[in-house]
Structures are given as C-alpha cells and as structure tokens.
Design a protein around this ligand. Sequence first.
Ligand code: ATP
Length: 442
Amino acid sequence: MAQSPVMDKLVSLCKRRGFVFQSSEIYGGLGSVWDYGPLGVELKRNVKDRWWHAMVRAREDIEGLDAAILMHPKVWEASGHVAGFSDPLVDCKTCKARFRADQIADAACPQKPSKHPGEHSTCSLTEPRMFNLMFKTVMGPVEESGSVVYLRPETAQGIYVNYLNVLQSSRQRIPFGIAQIGKAFRNEITPGNFIFRTREFEQMEMQFFVKPGDDAEWFERWRGLRMAWHQELGLNPDKLRWHPHVESELAHYARAAYDIEYEFPFGWSEIEGIHNRGDFDLTNHQTVSGKKLEYFDQASNTRYLPNVVETSAGADRIALTLLVDAFREEQVEGETRTVLGFHPSIAPIKAAVLPLVNKDAMPEMATGLFNDIRKKFACFYDDGGAIGRRYRRMDEVGTPFCVTVDGQTADDRTVTVRHRDSMAQDRIGIDAVAAYLSERLT
Ligand code: ATP
C-alpha cells in the first residue's frame, strides 16, 4: 500500500541521514527487517536508556534481567503460543497477495483501482486459515522434530521462568517487578509501515508480580505511570490516547488490557500494551514444568501464585513515534527547513561544534571545545560548507544546539550557541559551554 507523503519523506530522511536502512539492501532487501545506522542506533539507545532508567534504576521494586532468545520449547507450549499465537491468513489466488482476515477492511488489493481485497470481480480469496507467527529453527546438528526451537515472539516468558531465581537472589518481596529489553521475532503476515511492524524487533517489557486481589489496583497504577513516561518524551499529548480492549479483543492470557496508541500518518496504532495477566502464565508454567512456582508470604504465612501486571512496549515503534512526532517542515527565508524537533534527551546528537571558517585559529579552538564536551555528550564536529547549510544539516537530524566558534572567539573567548527550534543565538563564554549544555540537556 502507498505510504503517506510524510512517511515517504521520513523514510527517505532516515536512509539519507543514517537512521534506518533496509536489511541486506544490496541483495534487494529482506521483507520488513531493518538495520539502524549511526544516528538511529543512538536514537533507539536513548529510548531504551530512558526506559531502563525509569523502570529499573529509579525504582527499588524492579530488577533487571537479560534472558536468552532461545528457550526450552515447552515454554511456548505452556505460554499458549504453540497452540494460539496465530493470525487468520487469507490468500488471493488471483494476485497472490496475502492478508490478515481480521484486517481486510483496512487492507488494499494490489489491483487498480484501489479497493479492499475481495471487492474486484477478479478477486479470489481463500478461506481464512490460522498461521502461527513464531519463527522455528533447529538446535544441534540433526534436523529432526525433537530439535525444533523457536525464536521468542516476546520477552515476557524469560521473565516468568526466572521469577523465582530473581526473587531469591535479589531478596525482593511481592509486590515487585522484573524488567527486560531484548529482541523478539514474529513472522507477521502483513508487516509494514516502515519500522512500525517488523519481523525482528526489540521489546521493553516489565512484569510486575502482585498479591492476588491487588492486580486491578496495580494495573491502574501502571497505566498512569506508562502514559506519563510517553508524555515525558515530549510527544504531542493530543496524539496519545488509550484504547481499552473489549472482551472480544482480549488476548488469551489477559483479564484486562489497554493499549497506548499514537496517531501516526497511517492512523491511530498501538505503541505499548498494559495487561493484567492474572496468574495465567505462572499457573501454566507450574503445570507444564511440574515445578512449584508459589510465593511464600512471610507476613501472612501463606503461599500463593502471584498475579502479573505487564507493561509491554516496542523500542522500534517508539523510535518511529519519536521520528514522526518530531518531523516538521517550515518555511524560513523562502526555503524549506526540515527539522526533527526531538526532546534533547532523545536527540542522537546533543550538540554540534562548528568553526565559522577554517582559518584564524578557529579550527583549533573549535577542536579543543569539541574534545572537551564530547566527554560528556554525543557531539558532532562539522567544518564543511557554509554555516547556514551546516545549521540545516543539524536541524534535519534533530541536534538541539550548534556551538559556533567565530572571529570574536579569539578576542574574548566567547562562542554562539544556536537553538534548533527558535534559531535564536546566545553568546556565552567558551569555558561555560559544558555547563550551559548540561543545564539544558539533563
Ligand atoms: P499489534 O496488535 O500491533 O500486532 P500486539 O498487540 O501483538 O501488537 P503485543 O504482543 O502486546 O503487541 O506487543 C507489545 C508491543 O511490542 C507492542 O505494543 C509493540 O510496541 C511491540 N510490537 C509487537 N509486535 C511488533 C512488530 N511486529 N514490530 C514492531 N514492534 C512490535
């Protein structure tokens, strides 16, 4: 399906400026798999760092974990993924395209004029059949059924099977949580919208273990905290909303679920899910593994299986949300200025250092300043081309500050600091630059 003009511009900017490249491009690309370039990797790392800080470092009741991607195949039987992690797939025998049966109303038939699948007289859709989204591979040298393992479709299960290990080694007590960032893989039928729906992606998930009966209250608390986190990224609050799952939408494990949605150019879509999973997962792992997973509550001298409230966000989807939210074009002195107006904490480059011209000791002073501030912030040195063009290049990748060393610097040791959004300039002492940036970036 054709993308919106904004998405087309963003995809092209991302490639040109080194945010995101198509995987294996020189071989024609691999469907819905993407690589992050120098600026993209910084952007995504900033997202993950902010999440890790808010969820693990700033809290005493959440521990971190990094479980392996490959897990015992029984994990996926217990979790319900082998039996139920499927989408209904429909093929068109005429054009060979594939659609999700539950998304036909939003899909476009590749034939012209543009219509939904099934609406052309020549369309010939098959009956829906269930298609499991898990990628399979084999472990060990012999390819036989007993050696089949899966690439995890979510990070959550690594947390459930480790919950007692973490509990015992960290001396936490319920209520407490375990957080993890890691890759997940889904053989999506209709991936697309750039890095919104991909087959390999990164999740940032937290499972919070609570006493049965306390789950509804913790679910509400986590809803509030997670929405606030997205707002603090600087996202336009009018473009964020809740989507509550009605009974028919609820996943097999969920008692209640709300999605946080963002209004993308292609419509409102989920960026994070908050789920009340009850004791579904621990009960099933206890049954299938045969190992007791109960928690002993010393205060009440009772044993129980905790309930779980999950917050599950995609790092790639949030990176896309930040790119879309930040992208703007404006007219400045008869020219189009493209800006990524990132919140400074998210911007891949925090400050650029620019000698006005490459003479009169300006490069030496600029290099000295650059070497000083790069110890603290992700910085960029640019001495190529007219200063206006260099400012525009930095605007386009969302750099909040440009520090320019000019003819006056040698006389009074001052530089200009140009602000990306207002384009206003301050003149400050060269020795004060680090403190000036610190104040505004942290
Ligand atoms: P969707 O309805 O969009 O397929 P989902 O409900 O299956 O998503 P969850 O299983 O709740 O998603 O996953 C939690 C989060 O992981 C999502 O909110 C999203 O940010 C991210 N995510 C899920 N699938 C993908 C994907 N294919 N590509 C990128 N991110 C994904």
